[in-house]
Write a protein that binds this ligand. Structure first.
Ligand code: UDP
Length: 355
């Protein structure tokens, strides 16, 4: 089976943790590495023309992105010799490439939205909404990482074909340890949507002097990061900047709790990474964390700084509860290992080809 993967706006080889590079890059690199045992995978992305091999049956193909029509035509050129069985696109920008190519290729088209513009509570981008709507109408299948999101998509787009396959985690890279200090951890791109401001508000409500380590770099320019640093002045907040994904486990291990205060989180890979590292997760119940963390691998609360502060206070002073929730999280994370998740994709690919 040969899969044509489109990740138009960012490469799975880009360093993650700042700019536009985050969970989707980790997801694409790990999923297709696991799938390459069973399929041949060509991942098309933007960059200086050339190919990088990721293994005997997995490569990244960089194409010029100045003109999306040229990008699409080049993908069609590859298809005439490579004869792909499926086109699998990621994020709305790749949806445009799917719209330009899939009919001409005459093969099934699967799309992952990664985030859904209509589901965000913040200001919405109408041109993106239009592309997502057209993509959902034209593709054969949408894969969503949570059932909660799949249901929400069906409510907005009743004709959409949607199934749920969660993202995964490398349970060998993210492992538990017995050390760990009584401090909080935040991991992610510093972007307004990630809600660091609510976390700072929650810390300001605390009587004790709680330490917070912040991992990640600015997402869109330095303004938001500088603003957050100013907002956190006077608190024990340490900004480390982006950390290589391979080196992250030690940061989870050194902390006692991960906080994910995002305003919107389609899935939240960092929560799974904390669970695999046996660290409990605090976040909001109106995010994708509800299906991974749930009620047994951390504490999810209704969205406001007071509730977040209560959860932080409750866990930071209760090491036994932290261990307990952490162990449950580790156990739960095993079922999200990339090999199992890749199997679900493989079955989906086989079924869609058969149909
Ligand atoms: N990440 C990283 N280094 C950093 C910050 C983040 O490797 O300095 C990784 C993190 O481990 C996770 C991903 O970036 O795998 C973020 O994914 P998530 O789903 O939490 O958020 P997204 O970026 O998709 O909004």
């Amino acid at each position: 089976m040969r899969i044509c993967v489109i990740s138009q706006h960012s490469s799975p080889l880009d360093p993650v943790g700042s700019g536009k590079s985050g969970g989707m890059n980790i997801y694409i690199s790990h999923l297709y590495k696991a799938l390459s045992r069973f399929c041949e995978i060509d991942i098309f992305t933007c960059g200086k023309k050339g190919e990088v091999s990721l293994g005997p049956s997995n490569k990244v193909i960089y194409l010029d992105c100045q003109e999306l029509n040229n990008f699409a035509d080049t993908v069609l050129g590859y298809h005439s010799s490579r004869k792909y069985d499926i086109i699998h696109t990621h994020y709305w920008l790749s949806g445009i490439v799917g719209l330009l190519t899939s009919k001409k290729m005459g093969i099934p088209w699967i799309h992952n939205l990664h985030t859904v513009e209509m589901l965000k509570s913040v200001r919405k981008d109408q041109s993106r909404i239009n592309v997502e709507e057209e993509t959902i109408r034209c593709c054969n299948l949408i894969i969503s990482p949570t059932t909660q999101e799949a249901i929400a998509i069906k409510e907005i787009y009743p004709d959409a074909e949607v199934i749920t396959i969660p993202h995964g985690v490398d349970v060998h890279k993210f492992t538990p340890s017995l050390d760990g200090h009584s401090k909080l951890l935040f991991v992610g791109r510093i972007d307004p949507i990630k809600g660091l401001d609510i976390l700072i508000d929650a810390l300001k409500l605390q009587e004790g002097d709680i330490q917070l380590d912040v991992i990640g770099g600015a997402s869109k320019g330095e303004d938001n990061l500088e603003g957050i640093k100013t907002y956190a002045r006077g608190l024990r907040v340490k900004f480390y900047g982006p950390v290589k994904h391979e080196e992250l486990n030690q940061y989870y291990q050194k902390a006692s709790v991960l906080v994910v205060p995002s305003y919107y989180e389609s899935f939240g890979l960092v929560a799974l990474e904390a669970m695999a590292s046996a660290r409990p997760v605090i976040g909001f119940e109106d995010t994708g964390l509800l299906e991974t963390v749930g009620g047994d691998a951390g504490i999810l609360v209704k969205r406001n700084p007071k509730n977040l502060g209560w959860a932080i206070n409750h866990l930071i002073n209760n090491q036994e509860l932290c261990y307990d929730l952490g162990l449950r999280g580790r156990k739960k994370s095993i079922s999200y290992n990339w090999a199992s998740i890749a199997q679900k994709y493989l079955v989906t690919y086989e079924e869609i080809i058969k149909d």
